[in-house]
Design a protein around this ligand. Structure first.
Ligand SMILES: Nc1ncnc2c1ncn2[C@@H]1O[C@H](COP(=O)(O)OP(=O)(O)O)[C@@H](O)[C@H]1O
Ligand SMILES: [Mg+2]
Length: 275
């Protein structure tokens, strides 16, 4: 038995969000999860892009039950959580194309997390794949997690929308702690410049600094893996984008290791009093 499984776990909750849609959140979420799973961490990916859920599509699986089923009496987390890979890569699907569920209201959110409470501590990481933009569900879920990864591309529109998310989360929930991943970068230099532009705006107008986690290059293997419905890192482990995501996973792993003691004292998900 490994040391890790004897000690109490300190779960790192992490949300992945963006201003604009289609910037690569779901691919990043899934592949970070896969990379960390391969490094022997227990992962739970939760699809909170309610309405446009597609983690299942990228995995090529058709879930029997979804997040919304958890709201029904008698349904337990174990009925809903699907195993993606044996022994440590689990997935909680969301229903797609159900307009009335586009926004999880506070009651529903609390019910979902009350039910999940018993199982969350079994994981090393909880990854929330959130929808784009500044909807209420996105904002409240992003403010609950211990770490937030913003995904942006170098396009100016993606960057301004990303700034809007930071601004609104800061104003509505007092969140000041963000990490940026620049996706679909043509070079590390372009990505660094993108980060610096965004950070300069945050510093000037919001008096905060964001962290820079790194970049993922534009890589034709990404759309190829999407078409094949296999995580990129499994499909093309040596390609540029896979290598980039592995580096990001190592950084996140380091962050969790360095903050382990700290994480153990705090709730896995912050309770929201005012949404
Ligand atoms: N690094 C990349 N290189 C090339 N194409 C990418 C990359 N990241 C994402 N894409 C393309 O963007 C599409 C949208 O990605 P997705 O993860 O679904 O975005 P989101 O979840 O933010 O809406 C993917 O299907 C893929 O074709
Ligand atoms: Mg998505």
């Amino acid at each position: 038995m490994s040391q890790e499984s004897v000690n109490p776990r300190s779960t790192l909750s992490l949300s992945i969000l963006s201003g604009k849609g289609g910037v690569g959140k779901t691919n990043l979420t899934l592949n970070l999860a896969y990379a960390l799973y391969r490094a022997n961490h227990k992962m739970l990916v939760m699809d909170f892009d309610v309405g446009l859920a597609n983690v299942d599509v990228l995995l090529g699986i058709s879930p029997e039950k979804t997040l919304q089923d958890l709201l029904r009496p008698g349904v337990t987390p174990r009925d809903v959580v699907a195993e993606v890979e044996p022994g440590g890569f689990d997935f909680l699907p969301a229903a797609s194309g159900v307009p009335e569920l586009l926004e999880l209201d506070e009651d529903m959110r609390d019910q979902v997390f009350d039910k999940l409470n018993d199982v969350l501590g079994e994981y090393d990481y909880l990854l929330f794949d959130l929808g784009a933009g500044i909807g209420k569900t996105v904002l409240s879920l992003a403010s609950m997690t211990r770490m937030r990864i913003l995904v942006a591309t170098p396009e100016p529109t993606s960057l301004t929308d990303c700034y809007a998310v930071i601004k609104v989360l800061n104003a509505s929930h007092g969140v000041r702690d963000f990490q940026l991943v620049v996706n679909q970068a043509s070079s590390a230099k372009e990505a660094q410049t993108t980060f610096e532009r965004l950070n300069a705006a945050c510093r000037r107008f919001l008096d905060l600094d964001i962290g820079y986690l790194g970049c993922v290059h534009t890589d034709p293997n990404v759309p190829d893996a999407v078409r094949r419905q296999v995580p990129l890192i499994k499909h093309a482990p040596r390609c540029r984008a896979s290598q980039d995501i592995l580096s990001l996973a190592i950084k996140i792993g380091r962050h969790r290791a360095e903050n382990k003691a700290l994480l153990m004292d705090k709730p896995i998900l912050k309770k929201i009093t005012a949404a």
